[in-house]
Design a binder for this molecule. Structure first.
Ligand code: BG6
Length: 484
């Protein structure tokens, strides 16, 4: 197979929070992968920066372990590891103080792309961005990358934007939502805008409703303290599900370029109608068969934080009036499955006998597991017995259809390379994040009232609380099975 990987320019990537969990699990193995396929050039450098005192040798050992954990015992792939480790460097830096900044400055080269990746909590964004500017480490061409959570409400997001913009221009700021780096999420755009088949149908005349599901089988183990302050709304809906909604609902951009794409996404968020509490189901998982409950991890046995949300969202514009978007996400559900299901209206007049359990046409874009696209179609039930109908799925699993090349690179791999290439299309713009908080804040405020209804319990390993089923049932619709 001829490699289609195009190498990026040489770069210096400074990774703040280099000894942290995300760096270990995603960022460093992701960089290794890009190195191994020769997209990251051998003269690129990754400079770990964190408070921990550590030598470059120590950091390389740490990264070697991270890579081995991610790659397993694929000896062929691991052949590239020694050369990758050569690209690594480490400097202890005190983000809030003076220590280490001069050493860091000494390591940076001129004439290569310079990127600062802040894999640290949001309270460090402002101080680090400020120090980079004040100490002259940030050049007019450098890029700064920040992770979610980007604030916990509109006011905090505005403050973070102000801090970052005091030191960097908007076109230097890369706000990560790793869902945008997922291969199938980008495929949604290809599907919509590189085919003429769907666009004439992509509106409320033909689409009955849309279901966006991000179901996780894991609970909040080990992250209870963070999660309890956040809940599913802040952790998933305001960002990941919002992005999926935007890409599904947006108007065709005039080009596949940062401003054009992000302008269209922001318009969708501005078009969202306020969601009444009666259109939302909140849940919290409880133990089943001796397992654990949400509250075992929350740090507060009476926590009212939701680990599940289902909601009916209306996009108030011409294209979508009359076609609701149902969003659903939760922890400790039956399966890990993420998908966008476009459910089409029934034919206006049916000439065949009524079909039992008819579900109708649906185009399903599967994000995970086994990424792919399915089209549920009605056909004649084969064989004798008259004109009976049945439903089958035309199924395209990318890994099968595309072979080796169907292997999706991890979202982080793609996004980091986009930072080096200077392409902001798959990153969130400041106004976009603020608009999403502006929509989410009033809902969260309702839940924080004294007399707010607590989340309904649901069984771990199930499909969420009863209220979630009712949300669709009362509209004469039903959820797709989680993983079925
Ligand atoms: C993160 C959330 O942003 O996304 C986690 O903080 C969640 O709670 C994760 O588990 C889901 O990402 P993925 O890629 O595993 O679907």
């Amino acid at each position: 197979m001829v490699s289609r990987v195009i190498p990026v320019e040489p770069f210096d990537l400074v990774l703040f929070g280099a000894t942290g969990d995300l760096a270990y699990r995603k960022i460093l193995p992701g960089l290794f992968h890009r190195f191994q396929v020769e997209q990251m050039p051998a003269d690129a450098r990754v400079i770990g920066a964190a408070r921990t005192e550590m030598t470059t040798e120590g950091f390389r050992d740490h990264v070697a372990q991270a890579v081995r954990d991610a790659v397993g015992d694929d000896t062929e792939v691991l052949k590239a590891l020694p050369a990758f480790l050569e690209c690594l460097d480490y400097v202890p830096v005190d983000a809030m103080g003076d220590g280490g900044w001069d050493d860091l400055g000494d390591k940076l080269r001129d004439n290569v792309v310079r990127a600062f990746y802040l894999s640290v909590g949001p309270r460090f964004f402002g101080p680090i961005a400020g120090a980079l500017a004040k100490r002259g480490l940030a050049t007019p061409e450098s890029r700064i990358v920040v992770e979610k959570p980007f604030g916990h409400d509109l006011a905090s997001a505005k403050a973070l934007n102000a801090d970052l913009r005091a030191a960097f221009r908007e076109d230097q700021i890369y706000r990560i939502d790793h869902y945008l780096g997922k291969e199938t999420v980008q495929n949604l755009m290809a599907l919509r805008f590189a085919n003429s088949l769907w666009e004439p149908l992509w509106n409320s005349t033909h689409i009955d409703h849309v279901q966006i599901t991000v179901a996780e089988s894991l609970g909040v183990e080990g992250r209870g303290e963070y999660y309890d302050q956040s809940g599913a709304m802040r952790d998933m809906v305001q960002n990941h599900l919002m992005q999926l909604l935007c890409l599904t609902a947006m108007e065709p951009p005039s080009k596949f370029a940062p401003t054009a794409v992000r302008d269209e996404k922001v318009k969708v968020i501005h078009a969202l109608e306020p969601v009444p509490l009666s259109d939302i189901a909140r849940g919290q998982y409880r133990a089943r068969d001796g397992g654990d409950s949400y509250t075992d991890h929350a740090g507060d046995p009476r926590s009212n934080t939701e680990s599940f949300i289902a909601m009916k969202v209306k996009v108030g514009n011409w294209r979508w009036a009359g076609t609701p978007f149902y969003l659903r996400t939760g922890k400790k559900l039956r399966n890990r499955v993420s998908e966008i299901a476009i459910v089409f209206r029934d034919p206006p007049h049916m000439i065949f006998p009524k079909m039992e359990h008819r579900r109708g046409n649906a185009l399903v874009i599967r994000l995970q597991p086994d990424e792919g696209i399915t089209l549920r179609t009605t056909i004649k039930d084969p064989g004798p017995g008259g004109m009976r109908l049945t439903e089958v799925s035309l199924d395209m699993t990318f890994a099968e259809a595309l072979g080796e090349e169907g292997r999706a690179q991890d979202a982080y791999e793609r996004l980091i390379m986009d930072v080096i290439r200077g392409n902001q299309t798959l990153f969130m713009r400041g106004d976009e994040v603020e608009a999403a908080w502006e929509w989410a804040d009033p809902i969260i405020a309702e839940w924080q009232k004294e007399d707010a209804r607590p989340p309904s319990p649901y069984d771990a390993g199930g499909s969420g609380p009863e209220d979630s089923l009712m949300l669709l049932h009362r509209d004469g619709r039903r959820w797709r099975e989680i993983g079925g």
